[in-house]
Design a protein around this ligand. Structure first.
Ligand SMILES: C[S@@+](CC[C@H](N)C(=O)[O-])C[C@H]1O[C@@H](n2cnc3c(N)ncnc32)[C@H](O)[C@@H]1O
Length: 290
């Protein structure tokens, strides 16, 4: 029986993708999300696309493409597909030098200049499944709330992937992720089960609002003026010539003395008349002039 079913199942699989077809899908992804897929990443695109097509019951690229563009379920289907075509790799406390810059250098300065009643607003761009936003919450909570004159803070965390955001909103992670979180934060920030699985405590979860925002349209999103923008491992998926425009848009959202933190090495040529690059070889960050 399996010999008879084998060819039948194969014929229901999306077939080989030629280069013209690949270009068409890569263009669609770039137009809608800004993410570029160079030819050497074709296998990544094909694998993600096929996986989603199988789940949704499509066997040929053309009818699936038409459904996405013109079908009644197009917008919903796009939301599901984009999750398969973007990279969500992330970790808690992923880039220690950037977090030290925030905690040890920038925050003390910011606190010195901000009026006592002023709260701090941060943005995590391309937050994936939430680890980056919760990391910022732990760092800010320790630095701002454990002192004599505690300050309030709030974080907006955005991503283009709805499924990733659904995981982020839950704030629950399996036991093997616990080792990413330094011991000093665990007691205050986590509710840990007997088996080691954990959830970010409600007090910190309440500080974060997760929202589906496409970075391409971030400057049109109803985001407030921000003190801290954290944008790591997102720009690398965008075409070089587009990165400057996106960063200009983020710079406009920064308050005076606000900090924009990028991934080290993510862009080398960008500068902005109102921002000054901070020193530090392991970090790439820009301070908005007072
Ligand atoms: C590799 S993850 C980085 C996660 C986190 N920032 C970190 O450094 O650990 C990249 C994230 O960017 C998101 N992304 C890709 N294109 C985007 C866009 N146009 N707008 C918003 N988020 C986007 C992806 O969905 C993905 O979750």
């Amino acid at each position: 029986m399996s010999m008879a079913l084998g060819p039948l199942l194969q014929s229901l699989e999306p077939g080989r993708m030629d280069d013209a077809e690949f270009q068409r899908w890569a263009r669609l992804l770039e137009t809608r999300t800004g993410v570029t897929v160079p030819p050497e990443r074709k296998p990544f695109l094909v694998t993600g696309l096929r996986r989603r097509m199988r789940e949704a019951g499509y066997t040929d690229y053309h009818s699936y493409y038409d459904e996405l563009l013109d079908g009644a379920r197009g917008p919903m289907e796009w939301a599901a597909l984009v999750d398969h075509l973007t990279v969500h790799e992330t970790r808690f406390f992923r880039h220690q030098p950037s977090l030290s810059l925030i905690r040890d250098q920038w925050l003390p300065e910011w606190s010195r200049h901000a009026p006592d009643e002023q709260s701090l607003h941060a943005l995590s761009v391309g937050c994936s499944t939430g680890e980056e936003a919760y990391t910022l919450a732990m760092v800010l909570d320790e630095a701002l709330c454990g002192v004599d004159a505690p300050r309030r803070f709030g974080i907006t965390a955005t991503d283009v992937s709805q499924p990733a955001l659904a995981v982020a909103r839950q704030g629950a992670y399996p036991a093997h992720r616990l080792s990413e979180i330094p011991q000093q934060y665990r007691a205050d920030a986590l509710d840990i089960d007997a088996d080691g699985a954990f959830r970010i405590c409600e007090r910190l979860r309440r500080r974060i609002g997760f929202a589906c925002v496409n970075l391409l349209h971030a400057s049109r999103a109803p985001l407030r003026q921000l003190d801290l923008i954290y944008c790591q491992n997102v720009l690398i998926y965008f075409a070089r010539e587009r990165r400057g425009e996106l960063l200009d848009g983020l710079a406009r959202l920064l308050r005076p003395r606000g900090l924009l933190v990028l991934g080290a090495g993510e862009t080398t040529q960008w500068s902005h008349p109102q921002l000054t690059r901070t020193s530090g070889r392991q970090t790439l960050a820009f301070l908005r002039n007072p």
